[in-house]
Design a protein around this ligand. Structure first.
Ligand code: ARG
Length: 592
């Protein structure tokens, strides 16, 4: 069995189990090692359940099969002698020596902590954030932006080729109304587009909508503007660009505050292919005409009155829609971008839409059989108590205000702390700390929840120094880094290899084993796209560090080799926290 340079401890062991199974049962066709992390501490670190299913299949005694595996397996370099437990588990406990040698590899590679980039690099397109022009960028888009950015960071770290795409809603019938209204109230906007400001765009949208709803003559002119826009009328295109530009500036402020990078490729980008897509769909028979509309019957989803709800790609009035654009987008992303995997980060409410679009794309062949199309859904943001997320006045919350409020509160907390500790810090430094903690708290609070559940937004909880929060993690990092720095350990090039890890105390060993799990955790995240595993990992790691620090003197350790080993454990913990925070999109503070 080949050993790859980026095989996790679990994979390494799994291969050994497979090898043993193959030797024992060469006539089998499936040598699945069924190796998982141990379900109970007394089982050691890993367990294989392979004996159970094999015994059943071969009508043998599972305990005996487990015994045979334990006798046959070659794991001397990794584990203690494997133990068998009823009804037929094989349990593995890592050797201290093995753990220590893995730690050394991590220590020698502070940037990547021994995790090499994937050998099979994928091109992954992540469609995230994606607000709508001239409309409010709301908390749902904030979630998409934060979760999407974290997923991109993890995939990038693992060596994939990631395209960060902002599929903004910059096309569609709402523009008829907006352009008609713009021409009415700001006729000069087009000639002085650089100096004209619309003020609050959302207010502008609301006013246009009101006008539209109340006046049938206006409705008619709005419709004409849509037709003219789609036909490429110069004036309309200018008005449209002007509106997009105004929105873009506002969105960019949010992205800057969050430090998130995106490539804008909105719905309008696919405009020229919408007609072709409909023709291809109809010609191939994947789509059929139904009551004048062009429909794809996929999935058998029933709507009202028990009628099957098709995916409509052209309305009976000839107009294209959201689904048409998404079909064209998959076509482009596979054909031109050469994407192997496409991820859509939106709220769970769009699940039906995506399952239909994916199925249709597979049928027509826009997506290859091996192309992975994944909707990555998330739950709602709610107020405390599970209510709708609104301001006290019942208005929707502006994202900019929301982010600024978190920073303001973080600053207040920090100033109080400085005062209590009678510390003086520069204004610049205070602002920096507030920024990192405030924005970090918002991101962390979002990411630490299972993304499919709704989560309750609470400034006081997310900014708390206790519990699984950004401030807690940032302080933990600074504190551990501080201990390490006081120790004056020389880890410059070449020095780290000579460091011997001594893992005699149970808390040292338990911390060390948690450090080794980083890679496995990232592989899980790469597969399941659930950032909360990263937060849970960090929290558990910091807990184990605390236990270690309570039990094992570091700077005043009983001997020099122990002191060195413990300082190196501090350094590895700090490096790991730093990397995890970075993957969550949170910068570290060397001291707070
Ligand atoms: N603009 C949409 C919204 O605000 C999200 C777009 C998601 N991406 C996509 N390819 N449909 O809900």
């Amino acid at each position: 069995v080949a050993v790859h340079n980026n095989m996790t401890t679990r994979e390494l062991l799994a291969n050994r189990v497979t090898e043993a199974l193959y030797n024992l049962f060469p006539d089998e066709t499936n040598w699945d090692p069924q190796l998982t992390a141990a379900t109970r501490p007394e089982f050691g670190d890993f367990q294989s359940n392979a004996a159970l299913s094999l015994a059943k299949k071969r009508k043998m005694n599972p305990l005996q099969v487990a015994e045979q595996i334990a006798q046959n397996i070659q794991t001397n370099d990794i584990c203690e002698q494997p133990q068998v437990a009823p009804p037929g588990f094989v349990n593995f406990t890592l050797k201290k020596q093995f753990v220590a040698s893995q730690l050394q590899k991590m220590l020698a590679d502070p940037q990547r902590l021994g995790i090499s980039p994937r050998e099979r690099k994928q091109r992954v397109l992540v469609d995230f954030s994606s607000p709508n022009i001239a409309k409010e960028m709301h908390v749902g888009h904030l979630r998409s932006t934060i979760i999407g950015d974290c997923i991109c960071r993890v995939l990038e770290f693992l060596g994939h080729d990631v395209l960060r795409i902002n599929h903004v809603g910059d096309w569609g019938t709402q523009f008829g109304m907006l352009i008609a209204y713009l021409k009415e109230v700001k006729p000069d906007a087009l000639d002085n587009s650089s100096t004209t400001s619309l003020g609050d765009l959302v207010e502008f949208y609301k006013a246009a909508k009101k006008r539209f709803d109340e006046d049938s003559v206006f409705q008619e002119s709005a419709r004409k503007q849509v037709v003219a826009l789609q036909a490429g009328d110069e004036d309309c295109i200018r008005a449209w660009s002007f509106l997009c530009e105004q929105s873009r500036k506002e969105f960019q402020q949010i992205y800057d505050m969050l430090d998130v990078k995106l490539i804008e490729r909105g719905e309008s980008f696919y405009n020229e292919w919408l007609g072709i897509v409909c023709k291809e769909l109809e010609d191939s028979g994947v789509a059929v005409r139904d009551e004048g509309a062009l429909c794809i019957f996929v999935g058998g989803h029933t709507g009202r009155q028990g009628k099957i709800q098709p995916l409509i790609v052209r309305k009976s009035d000839g107009g294209f829609n959201y689904a048409t654009t998404d079909m064209a987008a998959i076509r482009y992303r596979v054909k031109e971008d050469k994407a192997d995997r496409i991820l859509y980060i939106t709220d769970a409410g769009q699940s039906l839409h995506f399952s239909q679009v994916f199925e249709a794309a597979k049928r027509i062949g826009y997506a290859k059989p091996e192309t992975k199309l994944e909707h990555v859904p998330f739950g709602l943001v709610q107020s405390e108590g599970g209510k709708k997320f609104k301001t006290r006045e019942g208005e929707t919350v502006k994202l900019k205000d929301l982010l600024q409020e978190a920073v303001r509160r973080a600053e207040e907390d920090f100033r109080n702390r400085l005062q209590a500790e009678e510390r003086e810090e520069s204004e610049e430094y205070i602002k920096r700390v507030a920024q990192v903690i405030g924005i970090g708290a918002i991101k962390y609070a979002d990411l630490k929840n299972n993304r499919t559940s709704n989560y309750q937004f609470s400034y006081s909880k997310m900014l708390s120094l206790q519990g699984n929060t950004a401030p807690y993690m940032l302080y933990a990092f600074a504190r551990i880094q501080g201990i390490y720095r006081k120790g004056d350990l020389d880890l410059t090039d070449g020095q780290s290899e000579s460091i011997q890890f001594i893992l005699d105390d149970p808390t040292e060993l338990s911390l060390a084993k948690m450090l080794l799990q980083l890679e496995e955790m990232l592989f899980l995240l790469e597969r399941d796209l659930k950032p909360n595993v990263l937060c849970d990992y960090m929290f558990e790691l910091s807990q184990r560090f605390n236990q270690f620090y309570e039990n094992c003197p570091v700077l005043k350790a009983e001997s020099l080799p122990r002191r060195t080993s413990r300082l190196a454990l501090c350094k590895l913990t700090a490096n790991t926290l730093q990397l995890c925070l970075h993957l969550l999109g949170i910068p570290i503070l060397e001291r707070i």
